[in-house]
Design a protein around this ligand. Structure first.
Ligand code: NAD
Ligand code: MG
Length: 396
C-alpha cells in the first residue's frame, strides 16, 4: 500500500491521478490533498477520498473548507508553507504526485525529492527552474523520480533499464542511444494562417485538438512553449546534450515520444492521449496497473504523420531552446516571464503573439546571478516577473 500526497489535487493531473487510484484501492491510499483556493472542488474530493490531511495554500480558503467539512470526516484541514513541507516530507508518506502548476510547485516538489520520496513529476517548471540542483538532490537523497509528462514518460519507457534506474546520471551514447525524439502535436494553431494569430482568443488557444489540460499548459501548447519547457525538462531528466534532442511534430498525439538507437532502431511508446496512462505507469512502476484508458485502436487512428517545427510560427520554442543552451539563469527567467505573459493573455491584457515578445524581452534582460539554492532561484524568478510586468505595461 502506497500512502500518497497529491500536490495540485483539484487540477487536471490531480483529478486523473485520483481516477487511477480509484481503480486500484488496494494499492494506493490518499494521505494528503493539496490545492490553492478551490474550496468547492476540495470539499468534494475530501468527502469522496477521505484524506488524512487537506492543505489549502490560501488561508481564507482553508478556513472556509474547515467550516464546510462534515463533522464525521476524519480529515484535518491545514494551511501554511511549513505545514505543506511537513506534509510532503512526513514519514507516513511514500509517494508524492507533484502536479501544482508553475513555479508555485517548486518548493514542495523539491522538498519531496530532498526527503527521498517516490516523486511522480508532472510539474515540469520545477526542472526548468532548478534542473541541475534538482537532479543532484535526487541522486544524493535516493529519491525515486518518475516522469509523468507524457513525452518524458514515453522516453523513460523506451530507455534501457540502466538509464531508468540511474535517471539524469547516465551517458546516453554509452547506453547505445543516438537521439531522443520529443514529439508534439503542434497544438490548435499548427495550420492556422499566420496573419490570424494576433487575434486568437484564450478560448481558441485553450481548445487543444487532442488533450484536455489546465489553462496554462493549454496556452503553452498553442505557443509550443510547452515543447520548449519539455526540451529543457528532457535535458535534465535524461542528461542529454543539445544534439541528442530533436523535436518532431506529430499532430495525432498517438506516439508520445521515441528513442533512436545507434543500430538504427527506433522505439516508440504509443497510446490514446490520456494522462491516466503515464500517471498509472509512474504509480505502479516497474509493474503495470489498470488506468481506465480505452485501448488504442489502430484502425480508428489509420494515419500517423510527422513534420519539422516551424520556428517562425512557434518563436517560443526557439526561445526555450536558446535558453537551454544558455543555462539555468536563462531557463528560470524564461519560465517566470512566460507565466506572467500567459496569465496576462488569459486575462485578455495582451495579444497571443505578445507572449513570445514578452518572453524575448525578458530573456535578453536576464540578470547575472549565481544559483546554488532554491532561494537563489526563487529570487531570480521574482526579478524576472517584475521585468515581465514592466514589459507588459510597455506594450499597453
Ligand atoms: P491545473 O491548472 O488544472 O491545476 C493546477 C493545480 O495546481 C490546482 O490543483 C491548483 O489548486 C494548484 N495550484 C495552483 N496554484 C497553486 C499555488 N500557488 N500553490 C499550490 N497549488 C497551486 O493544471 P494541470 O493541467 O493539472 O497541470 C499541473 C502541472 O502538470 C503543470 O506543471 C503542467 O505543466 C503539468 N502537466 C500537465 C499535463 C496535463 O495534461 N494537464 C500534462 C503534462 C504535464
Ligand atoms: Mg507533455
Amino acid at each position: 500500500m502506497q500512502n500518497m500526497v497529491i500536490l495540485g489535487a483539484t487540477g487536471s493531473i490531480g483529478s486523473s491521478t485520483l481516477s487511477v487510484m480509484s481503480h486500484n484501492p488496494e494499492q494506493f491510499k490518499v494521505y494528503g490533498l493539496v490545492a490553492n483556493s478551490s474550496v468547492d472542488k476540495m470539499l468534494a474530493l475530501c468527502i469522496k477520498h477521505q484524506p488524512r490531511f487537506a492543505h489549502m495554500v490560501d488561508a481564507t480558503a482553508a478556513k472556509t473548507l474547515k467550516s464546510m467539512l462534515p463533522a464525521n470526516l476524519a480529515t484535518e484541514v491545514i494551511t501554511g508553507e511549513d505545514e505543506l513541507i511537513g506534509l510532503v516530507t512526513s514519514s507516513s508518506v511514500d509517494t508524492v504526485m507533484a502536479a501544482i502548476v508553475g513555479a508555485a510547485g517548486l518548493r514542495s516538489t523539491f522538498a519531496a525529492v530532498k526527503a527521498g520520496k517516490r516523486v511522480l513529476l508532472a510539474n515540469k517548471e520545477a526542472l526548468v527552474m532548478s534542473g541541475e540542483l534538482f537532479m543532484n538532490t535526487t541522486r544524493d537523497s535516493g529519491a525515486t523520480l518518475l516522469p509523468v509528462d507524457s513525452e518524458h514518460n514515453a522516453i523513460f519507457q523506451c530507455m534501457p533499464a540502466e538509464v531508468q534506474s540511474n535517471l539524469g546520471q547516465c551517458d546516453l551514447s554509452a547506453a547505445g542511444i543516438s537521439h531522443i525524439l520529443l514529439t508534439g502535436s503542434g497544438g490548435p494553431f499548427l495550420t492556422a494562417d499566420l496573419a490570424t494569430l494576433d487575434a486568437m482568443t484564450p478560448a481558441q488557444a485553450c481548445n487543444h485538438p487532442n488533450w484536455s489540460m489546465g489553462p496554462k499548459i493549454s496556452v503553452d501548447s498553442a505557443t509550443m512553449m510547452n515543447k520548449g519547457l519539455e526540451f529543457i525538462e528532457a535535458r535534465w531528466l535524461f542528461n542529454t546534450n543539445a544534439e541528442q534532442l530533436k523535436v518532431v511534430i506529430h499532430p495525432q498525439s498517438v506516439i508520445h515520444s521515441m528513442v533512436q538507437y545507434l543500430d538504427g532502431s527506433v522505439i516508440a511508446q504509443m497510446g490514446n492521449p490520456d494522462m491516466r496512462t503515464p500517471i498509472a505507469h509512474c504509480m505502479s512502476f516497474p509493474e503495470r496497473i489498470y488506468a481506465g484508458v480505452e485501448p488504442l485502436d489502430f484502425f480508428k487512428v489509420r494515419e500517423l504523420s510527422f513534420c519539422e517545427p516551424d520556428y517562425n510560427r512557434f518563436p517560443c520554442l526557439a526561445l526555450a531552446m536558446q535558453a537551454c543552451e544558455k543555462g539555468q539563469e536563462a531557463t528560470t527567467v524564461l519560465n517566470a516571464a512566460n507565466e506572467i505573459a500567459v496569465d496576462a493573455f488569459l486575462k485578455q491584457q495582451i495579444k497571443f503573439t505578445d507572449i513570445a515578445r514578452i518572453n524575448e524581452v525578458c530573456l535578453e534582460k536576464t540578470p547575472q546571478s549565481s544559483l546554488s539554492s532554491i532561494e537563489d532561484i526563487m529570487s531570480l524568478d521574482a526579478q524576472a516577473r517584475t521585468i515581465a510586468k514592466e514589459a507588459i505595461k510597455a506594450i499597453n
